[in-house]
Design a protein around this ligand. Sequence first.
Ligand code: KG4
Ligand code: ZN
Length: 357
Amino acid sequence: MLVLGIETSCDETAAAVVERAADGSGRILSDVVLSQIDDHAAYGGVVPEIAARAHVEALDGVVARALADAGVGFDDLAAVAGTAGPGLIGGLLVGLTTAKALALAAGKPLIAVNHLEAHALTARLTDRVAFPYLLLLVSGGHTQFVAVDDVGRYRRLGTTVDDALGEAFDKVAKLLGLGYPGGPAVERMALAGDPARFALPRPLIGRPGADFSFSGLKTAARLAAEEAAPLSDTDVADLCASFQAAVTDTVADRAARAMDIFVDGGERGGVLVVAGGVAANKALAAALKTVADDKGFRLVVPPAKLCSDNGVMVAWAGAERLARGRTDDFTAPARPRWPLDPEAAARVGGGARGQRA
Ligand code: KG4
Ligand code: ZN
């Protein structure tokens, strides 16, 4: 079963063809990702209007290349999957409308994919992880623990009450003049820094539940930077290392809680999957490995390229849904907000902060 997947929810224009066999295994036939980082770099973050226009210009070429790389045509496809949300509405409309048009023209079923579900299911493609498992989704827009019970069945166990973790990395990087996206730059600088130089807070450590909060840590990093200014290269490296150490301590503590909630007094152990762009952070993965080992969990971190936004995950989520007979009709809307767990109450109000949380 071959599925074409299209991803345009943020600043990557991506398309891929993935095969899902009857035994549930998968194979990536193509994986095309066109990053818009250069278009947004001057603004220090993603500009929604620029992103939407860039998707319009690039998407048909990206889809054509995904099919050519896979060596297949529209007739070979079982379905066309497109990200329908959550994300930036302009980009979502471009990708979803394209997916609908291709599905209609080729006479194939359409699958309107939830971007978070796509991140959530990637580990089943890369590592054949069985349900249920615990997911830590850490990206520029989302930071949450989710119990993945089955395709389409998710329970949110914890979430950020303010900033997403990737967003906190990006803001600290911006304040230190390290450019966008900030996560990789902060990680690189941290390698040469002293994590004990600045005493930054570890928000929510030791508290019940598995929620996150990063805005206080981000502010503390800003105040420390202002106090130490003008900043030498050593100061910047020490700040990055101190910030990253606070983050890894916090996430490790929250992960330990989430694993306890996940097993709910039952048998020890399970699988902890990490997804989203921040999953590429080696220090974070190492800290998570330690707590996962301690709790008898197997830690699964898909390759970095499949943790950040891509078309493969959308194609795969489409294939998983299709295998269960779940397709969508052409009225499927683009949804800027689309929580995985509809029962989970919003931790913060509406607007950008609510959407991110
Ligand atoms: O999943 P993603 O590609 O896009 C969405 O936000 O959906 O995640 C991008 C985020 C950015 O905030 C970026 O700074 C962060 O992931 N990131 C990292 C690293 N690589 C990417 N954060 C920390 N360490 C990294 N190595
Ligand atoms: Zn994402």
